[in-house]
Design a protein around this ligand. Sequence first.
Ligand SMILES: *Cc1c(COP(=O)(O)O)cnc(C)c1O
Length: 361
Amino acid sequence: MIPFLDLKKINQRFDKEFENAIKAVFESGWYVMGEQGKAFEREFAAYCGTKYAVGCANGLDALRLIIKAYGFGAGDEIIAPANTYIASILAITDNGCTPVLVEPNLETYNIDVEKIESHITPKTKAIMVVHLYGRAVEMHKVWELAQKYQLKVIEDSAQAHGAIYQDKRAGNLGDASGFSFYPGKNLGALGDAGCVTTNDENLAHKIRALANYGSHKKYENIYAGLNSRLDEIQAAILRIKLKALDADNQRRKEIAKYYTQHITNPRITLPHIDDEKGNVWHIFPILTKNRTKLQEFLSQHQIQTLIHYPIPPHKQECYPMYHHFSLPITERIHEEILSLPMSPVMSDKEVQEVIKILNAF
Ligand SMILES: *Cc1c(COP(=O)(O)O)cnc(C)c1O
C-alpha cells in the first residue's frame, strides 16, 4: 500500500529528538507560554523573514485572530479565492464579515489576480490570498490593488511553509499571515498548532493579547479575547521539525518534477511547474474527467489518493446563502481534482509505482 501521506514514517525520523524534547518540557514543569514557545516564535519568524511570529492553537484561529485584530466585522467584505479550504472562509464569517469569492486561475489553482479588482467595493477591507496546494500566489498584482484601494493583504499560508515569491517567503508576502501546523502540513506538529507572522509590531502585540483572553497582564482584560495558545510540547516538536523543512520541501519538489516528467497519460492534466522556488507541493493535484474510475483503479493497485476538496465552500450546507453563486471554474476543479501521494518520505520506488499505474489507466 502506498499511502497518501505516511505521518508515522515522517515523524519516526525524529524519534529520539522528540523523546528528549518532550521529556525536557515535562520535567520543566511549565507547559503553556514558556521558553519553547518563545524560541519557536523567534526561529519561525527568522525562517519566514518577518519581525514577529505569534503562536496560537491552530491555523483557523491564526486567521480568525488576524481579522479580529484589524477590527473587521459586520458590513465588511474580504476577498478570498472560491476554491480554498473551508477554514479560510470560516475565519471570515466567524468575524461577521462577508467573503467575496473570486474564481481561481486554472494554471495555478490560486486566486485569479486579474479578477480581483472587479470585486472590490467601498466595503472591501482586505484581500485574503491562499497559497493553495503549496504554490505562492502571484502577489505583484495583489500588492498593487492593496495600495490603490488601501486594503490589507492577509495570507493563508497553511499549505505553503517555505514557498517563495520574488525572494520572500510565504508569511512575509502580506500585512499578516496565518499558518497551520496541523500534523499533515509541510511543517506539522503532533497535534494542533498555528501561528501568525507579521512585520507590524502593534498587530503582533494585539494578537498576542487576543489569543490569551485579550490580556497582556494576568487578570487584566483589554479585549474580549479567545484562548488560543501554542503549547510548549508542540513548540518543542516544531523547533525540531523546522530544521528539516527545507530538505523536506526539496524532496517534495523532486517528486513533483518526477511525476510531471513521467506521467504521460493523456486523460490526466498535470499541474504546471514554473518557478521552482514558488511551490512547496503540499499537494500534487491532477485533473481528470474520469476521477471516480481513476481513484478506484489506483486503489485496486494499492495507491491511496484524496480529493482536495470534494465540495467548494459556497456549496457547503453551512452556507445556504451562497448556494446560488455561479463559480464554474471552482466547480470544475472540485469535480475533477485528485491528489496523488506526496510526502518527503516517499521512496523513488513508490513514486515510480504511482507513475506506472497512472500511465496504465
Ligand atoms: C489546514 C488549513 C487551514 C486550517 O488550519 P487548522 O490548523 O487545521 O485549523 C486553513 N487554511 C488552509 C488553506 C488549510 O489548508
